[in-house]
Design a protein around this ligand. Structure first.
Ligand code: ZN
Ligand code: ZN
Ligand code: ZN
Length: 560
């Protein structure tokens, strides 16, 4: 399997297909909170049966009864399966799905949702704020547990409600457990506090989400059981006891529904969270929506202007009333068979989307060079493919070690073999070109980096859907590389193209879009100057660069 990018920008999106039997006219689901008295469990089952039956009078009495229960705040909670402008429906083989109840247009937010619970990944726990998920140099540390880190006291205060039980549990055992355990514990503390329902806008309950435990390999199941054990070491005696079956269910749910959060800097995930409504959106390799984490705003002096971090489901084009909403759980840049395998392994379903069924774009992704009607033989293609796979392993090793000169050397060697054999859209070729471009631009060899970036973009443009976040981010980075190389005309046009995509996939208020807008103003101004007088432009540029590097969300892009 060749994956061009480590993880897609809004990466391997949560979600799964839920096969819970479901009647699309059922307006209610019943949540059986763990630890609820047995009578309520039976009641819940009975009421579910009632809801699923066609008997409208029993149904309406059940509705009334449930609403009463909800008002009296007992351990059974009710979920409306409609929330303007979406509703849950039975999506055939795929189980439940979400569809729109009115027409949506490109860039519109279908819905926004705060996480039910989310945690920072273990590997980044010292570098990423545990409240807003932004990266931070020298973050402020929680004095109690010494584990949680925050941008500042504002972020710490905002997170305290979710952190306080975790804080004392970590202090108790002296060490924070892994991210899965921390997340499941946070989910359970929240369930115990809110009886499992975030708000009336939640379309499903955690009990109804699929855990796919029965489909897991014995190895994965063993790993999951280890996490369950760690969970019990961590779960404080003073918190309400939870049954092992329910804890195992939650670990299973997280395994296939955990949504990887990426920060404002791009593709690398920084955290993982659970977003119940998002879990209802089914997969399509060529989707009509994309998901983006909006980190919200906790920095304004006036706290009434603060907003919580949330995911946004954004329409990528016109979606007609009644049409199913879809997102892609995997990066499109894999041939159909590899995407299907990936989806089966991680999400336990066989993708039958149009692109997989007809193998659309597979030919482009495996293209071979056609020189005046002459194509390389199958043996040559296989030899270069095998060579590429091995080379990429070595290249990645060198990159991990930070040995950039070695990376560039290996990439050049590989490209020499690939160029006469692979076509411009071949995934093996694009993979090496993108690594070469990225590393060369880190080494400030911008002209060569810009050349490779251009080839990557030409390939991506033919492969990706027109509004794809990964394509937008690649355009943005290529714009910066060209700008560093002094190629202002191309730089400005790339930045404009990136902006046209990000305004749809990220929205105007997202920090990345705002950065891009600032960049566009800058390149526009420079382009004007360049057209007026090239030599004045060059000298002004040198002066600006030596003084003030271009900023991108706190990340300094050093001038060449
Ligand atoms: Zn923060
Ligand atoms: Zn703490
Ligand atoms: Zn597919």
């Amino acid at each position: 399997m060749h994956q061009l990018v480590n993880s897609s920008v809004f990466s391997v999106t949560s979600v799964q297909v839920c096969h819970v039997p479901h009647d699309e006219h059922t307006q209610l689901t019943v949540k059986n909170t763990p630890g609820a008295p047995a009578t309520f469990s039976i009641l819940a089952v009975l009421l579910t049966v009632c809801c699923l039956s066609v008997c409208s009078s029993i149904f309406s009495r059940a509705v009334q009864f449930l609403l009463q229960l909800k008002r009296s705040a007992v351990s059974v909670s009710v979920t409306e399966e409609k929330m303007d402008p979406v509703e849950v429906f039975a999506a055939g083989e795929k189980g439940r799905g979400l569809r729109v109840t009115k027409e949506m247009s490109a860039g519109e937010v279908v819905f926004a949702e705060a996480s039910f619970a989310a945690v920072v990944l273990d590997s980044l726990s010292l570098q990423v704020c545990h409240s807003c998920f932004r990266r931070k140099v020298n973050p402020h540390r929680c004095a109690q547990c010494k584990f949680a880190h925050y941008c500042d006291r504002t972020c710490q205060r905002a997170a305290w409600d979710e952190h306080k039980q975790e804080c004392s549990a970590i202090k108790q055992i002296g060490k924070a457990p892994n991210e899965n355990v921390r997340l499941v514990a946070r989910i359970l503390w929240r369930i115990q506090k809110d009886t499992g329902l975030v708000s009336d806008a939640q379309l499903t309950t955690l009990d109804l989400l699929q855990d796919h435990l029965s489909q897991m390999s014995s190895e994965d199941l063993k790993e999951l059981k280890v996490d369950v054990q760690h969970f019990y070491n961590y779960w404080p005696k003073k918190s309400k006891p939870v049954g092992e079956d329910y804890v195992t269910h939650l670990f299973g749910v997280m395994n296939c529904n955990g949504f990887r959060l990426s920060d404002q800097r791009g593709p690398q995930a920084v955290g993982v969270g659970l977003f119940p409504n998002l879990c209802l959106v089914n997969h399509d390799c060529w989707p009509n929506c994309s998901v983006i984490l909006n980190p919200g705003n906790q920095t304004a002096l006036d706290t009434s202007l603060h907003s919580k971090s949330r995911i946004e489901l954004r329409a990528l084009g016109k979606i007609s009333e009644g049409e199913e909403l879809t997102i892609s759980y995997v990066d499109f840049l894999n041939v159909s068979k590899d995407r299907q395998q990936l989806l089966k392994k991680q999400y336990y379903f066989d993708c039958k989307c149009e692109h997989c069924s007809s193998g659309i774009k597979d030919e482009l992704m495996t293209a071979v060079r056609d020189t005046d009607g002459h194509k390389p033989s199958a043996d040559v293609v296989k030899a270069v493919t095998d060579f590429s796979l091995q080379a990429v392993v070595k290249i990645e090793e060198a990159r991990t070690e930070g040995n950039f000169h070695e990376v560039v050397k290996l990439c050049r060697e590989c490209l020499e073999k690939q160029d006469p054999v692979f076509g411009d859209t071949n995934l093996h070729l694009l993979h090496v070109l993108s690594i070469a471009s990225e590393v060369l631009s880190l080494m400030h060899q911008s002209s060569e980096a810009a050349g490779y970036a251009q080839r990557v973009l030409d390939g991506y443009t033919k492969l990706y859907p027109p509004y794809n976040a990964q394509l937008g981010m690649t355009l943005m980075r290529a714009g910066v590389t060209h700008w560093h190389a002094g190629l202002i005309e191309t730089a400005h046009s790339l930045v404009c193209r990136a902006y046209a995509i990000l305004i749809i996939t990220h929205g105007a208020h997202h920090p990345v879009t705002k950065d891009l807008e600032a960049m566009r103003t800058q390149t526009e101004m420079e382009l004007r100057l360049f057209k007026q007088n090239e030599s004045v432009y060059r000298s002004t540029r040198e002066a600006v660069l030596s003084d003030k590097p271009l900023m991108m969300s706190g990340e300094q892009i050093k001038a060449t």
